[in-house]
Design a protein around this ligand. Sequence first.
Ligand code: ASP
Length: 328
Amino acid sequence: MNLFSRLLATGGFAAVACLGPVVAPVQAQDYPVRAITMIVPFAAGGPTDVISRIVTGHMAQTLGQSIIIENVVGAAGTTATSRAARAANDGYTLITGHMGTHAASVPLYPKLTYHPEKDFEPVSLLAGTPILILARKDFPPKDFKEFVAYVKANTEKLNAAHAGIGSVSHVSCELLNALLDVKPTGVPFNGTGPAMNALVGGQVDYMCDQIVNAVPQINGGTIKAYAIATPERNPSLPDLPTTAEAGLPAFQAQAWNAIFAPKGTPASVIAKLNAAASKALDDETVRKRLLDLGSVIPKPAERTPEALAALVKSEIAKWTPVLKQASN
Ligand code: ASP
């Protein structure tokens, strides 16, 4: 660590600023010399928060600095994502985005103040997260077939929780509701952490959510799960049928979470962050925690910044026509 880095780390910079230009600027190769902030654009306890905490806990050890999670809620994660886009591009402010903040938001928010591709440097994909159809534990239908019939017959009386217009939970249940031709009342929360609490408490009827949030609740019997919207069953919930097995093969939904940095963050900083994220995803303890929660861990080739850039591009292209059609 050079003098300048040490001064920054200890807060002593102001005292010697008068020494003038002999002090060299912090070099990207010294990064990180102080704590990093990871913005999580949803409430604590939801999938984005849980995945961020698991992975950044290990990344912090690799990088030798703490990574402080800051939950910044509102507008389905777009408030936080706007803030991250405008943060200093020095590697000390990052964001865990997802399929909503960095893809679905584009067609759904015409006045979005950031563009996922133009305003961010992709760092690394962290996890794929299959979507589940969930309900309060005393919701009458016993299986997915009954769920479909019940929701169709009672749509005016039902409410569906989500994490705001454009969130994963909103977008995926919009698709489901469009396929079933039902329009329940949407109940927005600041994340599916609090939405899950409402489902467990029986204050809302059903929800589509990333698997990470749901596995402990399903196993604890506090909510019901009807189906997983991926082609294969998930090892964390081997008894839960796929939507194809349950009779609605057209409902396919898997979300993802990934780290992004503001545009212009130095390439060497992105490389260090990417290597730390990839090392975390290879760690046995991290892997077990993610797998136990049903996440799909990306393979090494899927963890590169280039692979994440390609994913964001393809997800925007995929969701734009679907969501424009669904909102008509
Ligand atoms: N699952 C997100 C969360 O982490 C919210 C969402 O997009 O539905 O809370």
